[in-house]
Design a protein around this ligand. Structure first.
Ligand SMILES: [Zn+2]
Length: 507
């Protein structure tokens, strides 16, 4: 027996054929095959147990592995799997299989766990202590796999399944805006609004963003100043732990304000889970009304298009000054003369290489802009930019179109493989396309900014305004200061804006 070539079988076991796990049995095959090749063994077979829970099924009863352990046991010498939990999830299975291997002179290898039980090669060639240790570790790791398996089963029983949507909250932590409660039906879980965090998000959206138009940075800073708990700290407190005093970040806020989870929609891998009609599945009440949510998404989208115009800054012409050569925004630069006097300049802000010669004394530029603009529009009524929510379904339409797109992607990635999946894909797609066509046919008014006349003129407002307010008057009127050279510049007010101002002033 000593010099006989070892014949190996390599296996993989995947308990749910869906999502990212779908490809994992392929990886495991590779692990087993690679190990076998490294040992110089012959790979004589493989088994692939799909959709069988190892916790409930002993190795001898599994459809593909079973035969190798029963009728075909004489065809191989070594059994190679990637991990212990791929072979069994109970300590009893482990001891049984170890015992069986000993009686049948087999080798058991769990590659990733670094475990090898060798009853194939003569025992006197091996360190008996090492064999004993391997047995102990095998049983120990099976015990841990058993524990983990129990948890896995608990989770899986009510888990979010992409292809089997329900209105139950599956598993995982609730979004910041919600808490997990028992489902009203008595089985499973659902989401309810979190009484602690709801006032926070409503204040952020309805006051700070939609009324006061604060920047995200400012909002994050004031949440920190007011010692509002971050999502993670909030969860800690809810679990009865101590908060760690973490700080809010703009990214964190953006996630909360843009994720559909905030609206009680069930997500899987960041995408809405759909029901049979292709509609997003709701697991909890929405935080905001559809109108406010649309308004919020419109505002955030608008801002992401012009991120730098929004930040409060010390650049009085931010969002107004543009390089006449390359179109980049002008930036400020200070220069100190040999006499020790410091001057502010506006220069081309292109990076890494700014346009040469595009430079003007900042005081001059600001005066030019103010004078030209006020000569042009000073007597006209100030228009205030107000976000008007769409009366249409453009947001929902965009959502449906996006869902269609992601379903197509998922399918292209091979996530719908079985005939059942394929049928579901077709049903969802048919429903979505029908929904899209209905939405497209509805009359629409796209959500966006409108201009409301105020009671005062630009000249009046300008006189009493601070730097930041002046900048806002300019940017909202669409004014651009285009600089070519120190003495060559233009102040442009868009014609449509001027028409609007004239119209508002004459009525
Ligand atoms: Zn430039």
């Amino acid at each position: 027996m000593e010099n006989r070539q070892v014949r190996a079988i390599a296996g993989a076991r995947v308990s749910h054929v869906q999502g990212s796990e779908k490809t994992s049995h392929l990886d495991q095959h590779e692990t087993g095959a690679k190990y076998t090749a490294n040992q110089g063994w012959d790979l004589v077979g493989s088994f692939e147990d799909l959709d069988v829970s190892a916790l409930n099924t002993s190795p001898w009863d599994r459809p593909d592995l079973g035969p190798w352990l029963n009728d075909r046991a004489h065809e191989w010498d070594a059994l190679v799997v990637a991990k212990t939990d791929r072979l069994f999830r109970s300590a009893k299975d482990a001891t049984d299989l170890a015992h069986w291997a000993e009686q049948n002179n087999k080798i058991l290898v769990m590659v990733d766990d670094g475990l090898k039980l060798d009853f194939f090669h003569p025992q006197d060639e091996q360190d008996p202590f090492a064999v004993m240790l391997a047995k102990i570790f095998l049983i120990l790791s099976a015990m841990f796999a058993e524990l983990e398996g129990r948890r896995f089963v608990q989770r899986a029983q009510s888990r979010v399944r992409f292809l089997r949507p329900t209105d139950r909250w599956g598993w995982g932590i609730a979004p910041y805006t919600h808490i997990v409660i028992d489902h009203p039906s008595g089985t499973g879980k659902a989401l309810a609004l979190n009484p602690v965090t709801q006032p926070v998000v409503h204040d952020v959206v309805e006051r700070r963003l939609l009324i006061e138009d604060q920047s995200m940075t400012n909002i994050a800073v004031s949440l920190n100043d007011e010692k509002v708990l971050t999502p993670r700290d909030q969860r800690r407190v809810e679990r009865g732990e101590k908060p760690q005093g973490e700080s809010w970040t703009v990214n964190q806020l953006m996630r909360i304000l843009t994720s559909l989870a905030t609206q009680g929609i069930k997500l899987a891998n960041g995408k809405p889970v759909l029901d049979d009609e292709g509609r997003p599945v709701r697991v909890g009440p929405p935080t905001f009304s559809g109108e406010v949510w649309d308004q919020l998404q419109g505002l955030l989208k608008e801002r992401s298009g012009e991120p730098r115009k929004r930040r409060h800054s010390t650049n009085p012409l931010l969002g107004v000054g543009k390089c006449g050569e390359c179109g980049a925004s002008l930036r400020q630069r200070s220069q100190t003369t040999p006499a020790g006097k410091t001057h502010r300049y506006y220069v081309c802000g292109r990076s890494p290489k700014a346009c040469l010669g595009v430079s003007i004394r900042a005081d001059d530029a600001e005066e030019i802009v103010a004078q030209t603009f006020l000569e042009d529009c000073g007597s006209l009524v100030v228009l205030r930019r107000v976000f008007q929510p769409g009366e249409d379904h453009s947001y929902e339409l965009a959502e449906v179109e996006q869902t269609i797109e992601s379903l197509r992607e998922d399918r292209a990635l091979g996530l719908f493989s079985g005939p059942e999946d394929e049928a579901r894909y077709r049903d969802q797609m048919r429903a979505l396309i029908a929904r899209r066509d209905v939405l497209r046919a509805l009359p629409s008014r796209v959500a966006g900014w409108i201009y409301e006349p105020t009671g005062t003129t630009y000249a009046e407002d300008w006189a009493s305004a601070e730097v930041e307010r002046r900048r806002k008057l300019l940017t909202e009127a669409g004014v651009v200061f285009r600089l070519h050279e120190p003495n060559q510049w233009a102040v442009e007010v868009p014609d449509d804006m001027k028409d609007r101002m004239r119209q508002a002033s004459s009525s």
